[in-house]
Design a protein around this ligand. Structure first.
Ligand SMILES: Cc1cc2nc3c(=O)[nH]c(=O)nc-3n(C[C@H](O)[C@H](O)[C@H](O)COP(=O)(O)O)c2cc1C
Length: 257
């Protein structure tokens, strides 16, 4: 038996067909003025449950319910663009803890992020107490491979791998695990937005992500399950620097056809 099932309360269904219109897998039909499910290709995406005007469609097996949308939520486009324009990677952090509620909100942003085929394959490891120990493992690994990297990369030659090379003394680090890397990266971006809205600064650590995927010791220490990988690592804390203006970027490359 499937973990989740789409259920239709035929006493509430008015046969309006909204569920069939939004279903991406064509898994709901209207028969005799009532919705019926054809579950074969159902993604369990829940769009049918969110669009039904009668609350006649639901998905079983979840321990959380649905939240009614009160009004059309729309952010000001120019403000959203400014958030993107002025966000910077932060590598200087205040020695100030992040409240648990804020971490929960950031994780919630990750949990709610859409996934390909509704895989819901993204999970999280929050490093607080273990941060130093885990960072040390990555430092040891990078120090071992540095001589080889130095041969090929001028940037590697310039980089000194000190004790805080990966996490920059930040109070919290979240490693995002996923089966599909893209799903994890999307979660990472949404989490960054929520972190920034809470006054936090964020660094995407590609280096630590690489170390975590390369080293069986780190994989084991942070508990990356078989079939999953570290998709991204967020280094989080209150910024100790304030950027005063935007930075310059290459001009837009776009082709309209
Ligand atoms: C996928 C990804 C991985 C990154 N990995 C690292 C990293 O390991 N260490 C680091 O210092 N910066 C890392 N960065 C930050 C980039 O170097 C930074 O985004 C870029 O220099 C532009 O600066 P800005 O983010 O302030 O606009 C990473 C950024 C991205 C998007």
């Amino acid at each position: 038996m499937k973990q989740h099932q789409v259920e239709i309360d035929t006493s509430k269904c008015i046969g309006c067909g909204m569920c069939t219109r939004v279903c991406p897998a064509h898994s709901i039909e209207i028969k005799d003025k009532k919705a019926v499910t054809l579950l074969d290709d159902c993604l369990m995406c829940g769009q049918c449950t969110a669009v039904c005007p009668m609350r006649a469609v639901s998905i079983s097996g979840y321990d959380t319910g649905q939240i009614e949308k009160k009004e059309d939520l729309r952010l000001k486009p120019e403000e959203v663009l400014d958030v993107i324009r002025f966000r910077r990677s932060i590598r200087q952090f205040k020695q100030k803890e992040i409240p648990k509620e804020v971490i929960s909100q950031i994780l919630e942003a990750g949990r709610l992020t859409h996934t390909a085929k509704n895989m819901q394959d993204v999970s999280f490891v929050v490093l607080n107490k273990e941060k130093g120990r885990i960072e040390q493992m990555a430092v040891s690994l990078f120090r071992k491979i540095k001589p080889f990297a130095d041969l090929f990369s001028p940037m590697a030659r310039k980089n000194k791998i000190d004790e805080h090379f990966f996490f920059f003394n930040a109070p919290t680090v979240i490693v995002i695990l996923a089966r599909d890397k893209t799903n994890g990266i999307l979660a990472a971006q949404n989490m960054e937005f929520v972190a920034e809205a809470n006054g936090l600064g964020v660094l995407f650590s590609g280096f630590f992500t690489m170390a975590a995927n390369t080293s069986p010791k780190i994989r084991k220490a942070i508990g990356i399950p078989k079939g999953k990988r570290a998709a991204m690592t967020l280094v989080l804390g209150y910024p100790e620097v304030k950027f005063l203006r935007s930075v310059q970027r290459e001009k837009l490359i776009v082709k309209y056809m």
